[in-house]
Design a protein around this ligand. Structure first.
Ligand code: ADP
Ligand code: TRP
Length: 323
């Protein structure tokens, strides 16, 4: 059996890029027989950037509702809030005493982020230590992450190894990063990679009218309606083909090639496809967001299980350390 663990920062409503690039592939992986998935909402990490409490509650709920709306099986797997497992903070302190300072000072992500800030807080600096604690507290074997996070997994392995060597005991399992080379890059409304940082994202959970409005903002060229169009360079077509089946893709390609088919038509087709494809998830998401008690209940089930695992591991760590 493989134990898969990943953290999802709660800084916004997950967009179409997050859903196609991260949520759905992770749920697929969790369905494979023999896999056990621990997916948690990295709300402690989100404090490095998000200070507003009510926004935090809203984004934690919206991340949880997204996973649940896409049928993440919380019987077989765990979905929990990082902040509800206080053991992770205790372990972070222990690990910080085994983390060489230059390793954190030289981390790419810290250098990038701190370079852009006027004031750099210690939490940003120790971010990778908390991340290491997230992972090794549960003996995770595989950690699905984007390329930008690989260095953090290497740091995790280094810290775990240092600890094990110091006490001459395999207290922690060394995790492996799992990156998918073939992961699709979903374009945003402006054609760049869809990202909340570029404000070019599509929130598939928006009410119909607002969703259509966002889809209408997708940038296209100015080829007149009656002329043939190049589907391979068109953002609307790219987004459509990430969601459509082969027949639908071929039909749209033919429409582009024959002319008399405008970008407005293509946008309407994309909008309708989003509505049909995500009908169930949209309904379920709305139900959950209108009833946060349902989300709370699901999270608490995961948190009780995660806490038991965490307490067991910390008991060992404390005894090894002589506390
Ligand atoms: P954002 O760029 O909006 O801040 P994150 O960096 O929080 O998104 O990414 C969360 C997850 O979603 C990561 O696993 C990342 O690889 C995936 N992801 C984000 N944007 C895209 C995209 N445009 N296409 C595919 N996957 C994406
Ligand atoms: N740092 C990760 C990100 O920004 C989120 C995260 C926190 C995480 N803890 C983790 C990912 C543990 C994997 C494992 O995407």
């Amino acid at each position: 059996m493989s134990r898969i663990l990943t953290g999802i920062q709660s800084t916004n409503i997950p967009h179409l890029g997050n859903i196609l690039g991260a949520v759905l592939p992770a749920i697929e992986l969790s369905k494979q027989a023999g896999n056990e998935s621990l997916f948690f909402i990295a709300d402690l990490h989100s404090l490095t950037t998000q200070k507003d409490a009510s926004q935090r509650i809203q984004s934690v709920n919206s991340v949880a509702a997204t996973w649940l709306a896409f049928d993440f099986d919380t019987e077989k797997n765990l979905l929990y809030r990082q902040s509800r497992i206080p053991e992770v903070c205790e372990l972070t302190w222990y690990l910080s005493c085994f983390t060489p300072y230059p390793m954190l000072a030289n981390a790419h992500s810290f250098k990038d982020k701190s370079g852009r800030l006027n004031e750099v807080y210690t939490g940003l600096f120790t971010y990778p230590v908390l991340m290491a604690a997230d992972i090794i507290l549960y003996d995770a074997e595989y950690v699905p992450v984007g390329k930008d996070q690989i260095q953090h997994i290497e740091i995790t392995r280094d810290i775990a190894q240092k600890f094990n060597t110091q006490y001459n005991q395999d207290v922690f399992l060394l995790p492996q990063a799992k990156t998918d080379e073939n992961v699709m890059i979903v374009p945003g409304t402006d054609g760049q990679k869809m990202s909340k940082s570029y404000n070019n994202f599509i929130n598939i959970f928006l009410p119909e009218k607002e969703l259509l409005k966002v889809i209408k903002t997708i940038i296209t060229d100015t080829t007149p309606l009656e002329e043939p169009k190049n589907s391979s360079t068109c953002n609307v077509f790219k987004l459509y083909s990430l969601l459509a089946n082969d027949t639908q893709i071929m039909e749209m390609q033919a429409n582009y090639a024959k002319g008399g088919y405008g970008y407005g038509h293509a946008k309407t087709a994309l909008y309708e496809l989003i509505l049909t494809k995500f009908e169930r998830a949209r309904t379920r998401y709305a139900e959950l967001m209108n009833n946060p008690a349902l989300i709370e209940k699901e999270l608490q089930i995961g948190e009780a299980k995660a806490r038991t695992m965490a307490q067991e591991k910390l008991k060992l760590v404390r005894s090894v350390l002589g506390f």
